[in-house]
Design a protein around this ligand. Structure first.
Ligand code: SF4
Ligand code: SF4
Length: 715
């Protein structure tokens, strides 16, 4: 028989291209030429395709079925509401065959497989089995290029185009293959092939069942080809991290006896919903955009440090089990093995565990990399809210921090300091004493109340006063901005903090705020407007960079611009400010030993707010300082491990994220890692001690470094 359905197995079409692609991948992994031109266009085109598919899913599914019936009546098309129905259908058509071969598709491996195993099939992941044989030759076989326009047009030309299932070398097994994409209008199936398994299964299995999750259906052949190529582009460098070789007991498909020539082969198509329609009607509908490429995993510090969280799997699990997200989904349990569908226990009950939910640092590295802009952190915070507010389930240390926040206005239970201690002797007043200031210094809990953080507050305060800026702070009236509460899932407590603080700031008629904490900065700048708090908020790196700039390089609109409202106008003109700070810069001098430093981009300053240049401008303006970048910098910075409320959680699983990052800093041979966040500072301080590398490297806040150099020169 010749069903004639066009099936394109996408892979590089020459050895040279494979070799070039392998090299591209190798470079990409080691951060050489990461963002080659054109990638943003590729991402945009992919997003457009995915959004069109998402918004027209019902009509696409209908078109697919109608066109199939009309053009390929010999192919049986089955619509399955869930895994159970799909597995049941496969059992019905199996005709006594007991061996099923699958590809690496998550739809098959994670959704269907348990139900097939429960029905007595022996399921072989032919991709993993083949990978096991060839894993030592990664660069030879890992052959899809990561990105570039050229690769899109050339390297991805389909090397195999089947117009039917040939009847040679038929073996008695079923191939259940999750498609990468299928076009509803012109009915073309695309697979991305890394090894040879898909081609082999298509050409020798007696029965082939194609599984198309609703999220794999797009409109045109061009869209389908593009999405499949993107799967290769964005997924290539990450598969290595995820492949788990098949156990040695795997059945050898090649060892199965050949059937007699002429035996009838069959092709089936299952269109699998499995909660995808429900997803499209929910607030999480953007998860539908996910193409499963694993790029998010390769960037995730939780995953890379051995925690159970994998953002891609979390996305897919939320997608698949949305109807069960809620109390049932979030039951305790770390067993990654989902029970078989239909076996009496919810498959969702163990797919997302508490360990996974609390492992996230909310660093957004996953979102930064995701080509379709899936917002993992919002979903994770939503899951935490469910745990904390609906079920009162929260790790003990986090609970203690939030209780302290509620009772004392800060999460640092047991601190021996008051909110005014850091300012002793600096000549900086609270607003209660004098509210006629140019700018409010929002100190933040960690810099006001923690030993190490206080030194940053002092350095920042000194810099501001030395620059002649009239600065005030709130002192005992300041309370937590609410960031830890929101990130740890207590949205109610966050909102109480936000409303209280906005009222306080408005009472003092505060217009401009500087803070040295990226978490406070992000909260005050981006989250308080929803509560009526519209303030001009700057991070201390932005202000210091502006102050240290050469007068002739001063921006037209300096960070501390003269306010339009005369009642709060800055008294100091921009020119005077420049003169004063120029003097500060001059006192830094030009003599002394040169030292190399490396800069760590805090997630909430960089990825959340795009502040990458000011700290680097500061460092380049400091005499005797040479900046050496770490491999992962700017958008690709690797978290310190302290965000998302993780400052108040124990890191009992896997390696310490902060130690991984300090390891990278040490590789630069810099003697100082400079950062601009009190959490990073504390995490790295602890990591340096834990690793016993105090002789090799130390950590400083950027304000401390500037103040140190300026102070030394003056002294
Ligand atoms: S936000 Fe960071 S820690 Fe959380 S899932 Fe994404 S990459 Fe992993
Ligand atoms: S969430 Fe984004 S990066 Fe992660 S697998 Fe899906 S598409 Fe890829």
């Amino acid at each position: 028989m010749n069903p004639g359905l066009p099936i394109c197995v996408v892979e590089p079409d020459s050895t040279e291209k494979k070799a070039a692609a392998a090299l591209t991948m190798f470079r990409a992994r080691f951060n050489v030429a990461v963002n080659t031109p054109g990638i943003e266009d590729v991402k945009q085109q992919l997003r457009d395709i995915r959004r069109r598919a998402r918004d027209n899913m019902a009509s696409l599914v209908q078109a697919l079925k109608t066109n199939m019936d009309r053009q390929y009546p010999q192919i049986r098309v089955k619509s399955a509401v869930d895994n159970n129905e799909a597995a049941e259908y496969i059992a019905e058509i199996s005709d006594g065959i007991k061996i099923i071969s699958t590809n690496g598709s998550s739809t098959v491996a994670e959704e269907l497989r348990p139900g097939l195993v429960a029905r007595g099939f022996t399921v072989v992941n032919s991709y993993a089995a083949e990978f096991r044989v060839k894993e030592r030759k990664t660069l030879d076989y890992w052959d899809l290029p990561r990105l570039s326009e050229k690769n899109l047009d050339g390297t991805f030309a389909p090397s195999v185009r089947l117009t039917g299932l040939p009847e040679t070398e038929t073996r008695n097994y079923l191939a259940v293959l999750g498609v990468n994409t299928i076009s509803a209008r012109d009915l073309t199936v695309f697979f991305v092939q890394h090894l040879h398994n898909i081609h082999v299964d298509l050409t020798q299995a007696r029965k082939v069942v194609l599984i198309a999750g609703l999220d794999k259906i797009v409109e045109s052949k061009e869209d389908a080809a593009f999405q499949a190529k993107c799967m290769g582009i964005f997924g290539m460098e990450n598969r290595l991290l995820a492949v788990e070789p098949e156990p040695d007991t795997a059945v050898s498909l090649a060892g199965l006896p050949l059937l007699s020539p002429g035996v009838e082969r069959e092709l089936h198509l299952i269109v699998l919903d499995n909660d995808r329609t429900r997803l499209l009607q929910s607030e999480f509908k953007d998860l539908f955009l996910c193409i499963g490429c694993r790029t998010c995993n390769s960037a995730c510090p939780a995953y890379l440090s051995g925690k159970p969280l994998r953002p891609r799997e979390l996305t897919l699990n939320l997608k698949k089990h949305l109807s069960e997200v809620g109390s049932e989904l979030l039951k305790e349990g770390g067993d990654a093995e989902a029970p078989p569908a239909g076996a009496g226990e919810s498959p969702a009950a163990k797919v997302i565990t508490e360990d996974q939910i609390w492992a996230c640092t909310t660093c957004r590295a996953c979102q930064e990399e995701c080509p379709v802009e899936v917002k993992h952190t919002e979903a994770i915070i939503g899951l935490r809210q469910n745990l904390v507010m609906d079920q009162a389930v929260i790790p003990r240390t986090a609970e203690a921090a939030l209780r302290s926040l509620e009772a004392r206005g800060h999460p640092w239970r047991g601190t021996r300091f008051s909110r005014t201690d850091w300012a002793q002797g600096l000549g900086i007043s609270t607003l209660a004493e004098n509210s006629d200031v140019d700018i409010l210094y929002w100190v933040g809990c960690t810099e006001a109340l923690e030993d190490r953080g206080m030194k940053v507050a002092q350095a920042t305060g000194k810099l501001l006063t030395r620059a002649g800026i009239r600065v005030g702070f709130l002192g005992a009236e300041e309370t937590c901005c609410g960031d830890p509460a929101r990130r740890l899932g207590n949205e109610y407590l966050f909102q109480v903090q936000a409303e209280t603080n906005v009222k306080l700031l408005q009472r003092y008629n505060v217009r401009k705020i500087v803070t040295a904490c990226p978490h406070c900065y992000n909260t005050l700048k981006n989250e308080y407007p929803r509560f009526g708090g519209e303030f001009e908020v700057v991070h201390h790196t932005q202000l210091i960079a502006d102050l240290l700039r050469e007068p002739e390089a001063a921006p037209k609109e300096p960070v501390l611009s003269v306010a339009k409202d005369s009642s709060t106008a800055l008294r100091m003109t921009t020119h005077a400010l420049r003169m004063t700070t120029h003097a500060l810069r001059m006192t830094s001098g030009t003599e002394g030993e040169s030292q190399s430093v490396t800069y760590h981009d805090p997630c909430y300053l960089g990825r959340y707010n795009g502040v990458y240049d000011p700290p680097r401008q500061i460092l380049s303006n400091l005499p005797g300082i040479t900046l050496v970048e770490m491999e992962q910098n700017r958008q690709r910075s690797f978290c310190c491990g302290g965000g998302g409320g993780r400052m108040w959680l124990e890191e009992g699983i896997g390696r310490r994220i902060s130690e991984l990052r300090i390891g990278r800093a040490i590789e630069t041979k810099a003697r100082t890692v400079v950062t601009a966040c009190p959490f990073c500072l504390q995490m790295f301080d602890d990591a340096i001690k834990a690793k016993g590398v105090e002789e090799s490297i130390k950590v400083m806040d950027i304000a401390e470094l500037v103040n140190d150099i300026g102070g030394r020169r003056e002294g």
